[in-house]
Design a protein around this ligand. Sequence first.
Ligand code: ADP
Ligand code: GLC
Length: 493
Amino acid sequence: MTAAATNRDQLRVLFATSECAPLVKTGGLADVSAALPAALGALGHDIRILLPGYREVLAQLPHSREIARVAALADVPGARLLLEQTAAGVALIVLDCPELYDRSGGPYQTGAGVDWPDNAMRFGLLSRVAALLGSSVSPLDWQPQVLHCNDWQTGLAPAYLRHAAGARAATLLTVHNLAFQGIFEPRLVAALGLPAESFGADGVEFYGKLSFLKAGLQFADAISTVSPGYAREIQDAALGFGLHGLLSWRKDKLYGILNGIDTSLWNPATDPLIECRYSADTLASKAGNKRALQRRLGLASGPELPLFAVVSRLTEQKGLDWLLEITPQLLALPAQLALLGSGDPQLERGFLALSRSHPQQLSATIGFDEPLAHLIEAGADAFLMPSRFEPCGMNQMYSQRYGTPPVVRSTGGLADTVIDCNPATLADGSASGFVFHDPSARALLAAIERAAGAWRDAAKWRALQRNAMARDFSWAASARRYAGIYAQLAAQR
Ligand code: ADP
Ligand code: GLC
């Protein structure tokens, strides 16, 4: 990274989020919430993260100390603020409220996959405290110039701030996924301590309900999303989830900034979670990871077949129903498939059933397993992401860095980060994966067949792997773009 911000340029930013790796993670938001603040810190900015003190988070932070208390507001309980640091040395403010966060299960759902019934309060508190810390009545002696909110879980913060008296931080809301909106009954407006007049079409109301995300999109000073492609797509009805009108109305303040990846955590040359470390110059060593993965998953290790892989939430978004439909044809290529994920019970059952009838060729691991995700990135030949929509996607970038060309549908951040392998892109050295367009099982299968064909041509495959590994997906450029937006917002305050 180039010169850090001088004191004069240094910005104070509070980054409010509901996940942060490795403390608590369900998806890419956790990766971004760990790596982006660290990259901004490396640029010299004073950035602090606000995160709920879920049971699993507090268990990993035994030495945190109390720095302030927050009083209850309406039905939103009071809480303590604890201070800690992330592994990368970023200040972390943990929001401790045992009645809302001290329980076993995920951050949004019970262990059985049902939304917590008090999610409005759990993320109402997170939003309320984010707003409080950005206001003139903050209990801390540190005041951010910018409050950076992420997704619906912090979407109510700009609404709280809009109704606060006195000087306040500017707000940026980043949309990581428009499909999740935080929609609740209107009676919760009063319970959350919001003024009754906020419940209107130009406020927190969305088709007669209270919407956390709509509130944020309405009231944030600026909005961003995690790829330029998705920033365009969400302004249209097809992928706008009912919010395209508002988003296109706000398009002058809507930015598309591609996520980066943590290039030290996801580095095949140093990754402690894989079997054999390798780089673009020592790609032959990648084979040791394939053998280790096959051994670990009980897949046959010969004759040599292309091994495709998936690491994903198993949901409608990810297009894995198309993969399930064509898995018999994939196996008949012949090829192998390793899947890691959890979610939709029907998809879980479908892949498990096929893995039982084809144990040598197909493995389905249901669950969340970070070390296995790394070994899969290193050991697979190609990675599958047939998403219906994808705001950014992290795994297609991890895959390219690991020399595991991704097969992706042309949508959102996938279209922005993967360059289709064809004679022209092979000739100019840009080909880095396989891109298909139609939202269908057939189009996915055709792309998988193209990938399997290319894999059989060893020289072509090596070229593709090297191109993919040479690409720069680091945070450097995107962190600067965020810093630029923060600076503009702070100057307008
Ligand atoms: P999303 O946030 O929509 O789930 P992303 O591609 O942005 O999709 O990020 C997903 C992140 O979660 C990646 O880091 C991926 O490796 C990880 N991940 C998803 N499912 C699993 C799983 N079952 N086990 C381990 N890691 C997973
Ligand atoms: C969301 C999106 C994913 C994105 C991630 C991080 O979960 O589904 O595409 O990469 O957020 O921004």
